[in-house]
Structures are given as C-alpha cells and as structure tokens.
Design a protein around this ligand. Sequence first.
Ligand code: PMP
Length: 306
Amino acid sequence: MKLQKATQIWYNGQIIPWDHANIHVMSHILHYGSGVFEGIRCYEVNDKSIIFRLDDHIQRLYNSASLYNMKIPFNKSDLIQGAIDIVLKNNFRQCYIRPIAFYGYDTLGVNPKKCPINVAIGVFDWGEYLGKGALTNGVKVTISKWKKFHYSSMPSTAKGCGQYMNSMLAVQDAKLKGFDEAILLNQEGYISEGSGQNIFYIKDEKLFTNDENSSILLGITRDCIIKLAKEFGYSITIKNISTNDLVTADEVFFTGTASEVTPVCKIDDNIIGTGKPGGITLFLQEQYFKTINNQNKKFNNWLTHI
Ligand code: PMP
C-alpha cells in the first residue's frame, strides 16, 4: 500500500507540515542506515483512540539507541507526548506511528562523531500488513535463502535501520517466488524470525517460540502473546526451533505490531495442520484484539487512551 501522506509530522520537538520534514542527501543515515526506529499502532476503540504499548515501544527505541551508542536528545516523556500529539494533530482515529532517531548531516566518516541526532514521529494509515484477509485466512511463507545476521554481528534486539537490508532481501525473494512473507534461519540453521515478525508454533496444544539466542528482535507483540497464553493456561516453551518443528506443527503464527497475530498456513510445500488458521491461533488473536479493545482488565496498563 502506498504511504498515505498525513498533514503534520513531529520533527525535533516541533509539529511541522509533512512536506517540510526533509533531510540532506549527504546525511549519515542515508549512507549507513545509522538510525533506530519503532512501529506502534493506534486503534480506534468506541469512537476514541488507544495507542497500544506506547511506553514499551518508546523504551525499546531508547534501548536500540543505547545499543548503537546513540544519545537521543529528548526525554522518553517528550516522545510519548509527541506520539500522542501527532496522532491528535492529524485527526487520526486509527493509524500506525513511526518514531525514528537518526544521524544527520555533518561528517560522512563511518564514525558519526558530531553528526546531529534527529528525531521524527510520523503517522499514517496502515491496514493488514501481510495483505487483505491475512488475519483471517492466514499466509503462505518460504524459508529464505538469506540467513538472519547473527547477534554477534549486529544487536538483533535493537530495531536498527540498516539491519533491515537483511529483512528486505528476504521479503523481496519471498515475493518473487509468490509467497506472502519469508522466514529467516539463523547462522546455526535454526529458525530466527520473519522479515518483520516473530514466530510461534503449537504442537499438542502447547506453544513454542524462540528468544534473543536465535538472533531475533524481542517483539512487543511476542511478549503480549506469551502473557496472554499464560493467562489462559497454555504452556509456553522458549527453545531453538528447527525447520522440522515448524513444518510438523499443528499451528504456526506470526506476531508483530504491523502483522498483529497472523496465522501461517503453508511453509514452502508443507501444509501446516489442516491448511486453515488453527483454533488456538485464532483464540489468541481474538484475545489480543480484545485486550487492545480494552476488554481485558488485567492488561489495561498496555493502553494509552488519547
Ligand atoms: N522481528 C522483526 C525483525 C521486526 O521488524 C518486528 C516488527 N517490529 C518484529 C519482530 C515484531 O516486533 P513487535 O511485535 O514489537 O512489533
């Protein structure tokens, strides 16, 4: 889906017209991907708006920056307020929120030295990330020929801009082959994650997922699903996942802010379970949306009402 222009954007502490938020082509970020970012969703609930896990996303932005020795020149509370303000300023009921902190224009040496650190928060409309109907019908994915970079090469727990060149190659290749998304193996040959999603599988009504030892981003949606699954009495095991674990699973699903909880029905030539979204996946998806819709008191601290 083409990026829909909003009218205003939060840029370095000010709200300015969308078209004015430009950078010079010789900025450090453009050449080396030297930035960190977040992806957050704001949902319309009963004619009002709720930003989901806003504090946790902003906290992860600071953690990502810290892993890259980048000092964001704003307080967390400034960015939390900035995200709220920019949603309201654009009159969005429901949208995707994209904060980014990046090195700007000063030097082109790889060491960013005195490059200014700029921060922007953009908002725009974003529907089902993996395509219309993905949440209800599921998706078909391929195990990529591109492996996930190892956490000893780049901090996979950071959401660093340049890291996404790895994801981009994998998803381009998957699309070229007619799949909806890619799953990347890690350097040890175990499952890492999707190009922008974590992965879970279910076998005999038990849930399994991996962690940072498999070179993944520790997704906030992943955390929601772990907590919701426990709440409803499911056992969840964190382990290294093999391709065989996935293709012989009863159910497989992706989690991510953009992808939400998306069933995976086919992996290359392998049909997962019945080939239709699994019952436990759909139950957890329902609980995820109920939580967002303020129908789970236990987790209402995940909601920022604006
Ligand atoms: N892994 C990668 C590589 C991602 O880009 C994302 C999306 N942020 C995720 C996992 C899921 O993370 P979250 O649930 O926090 O959106």
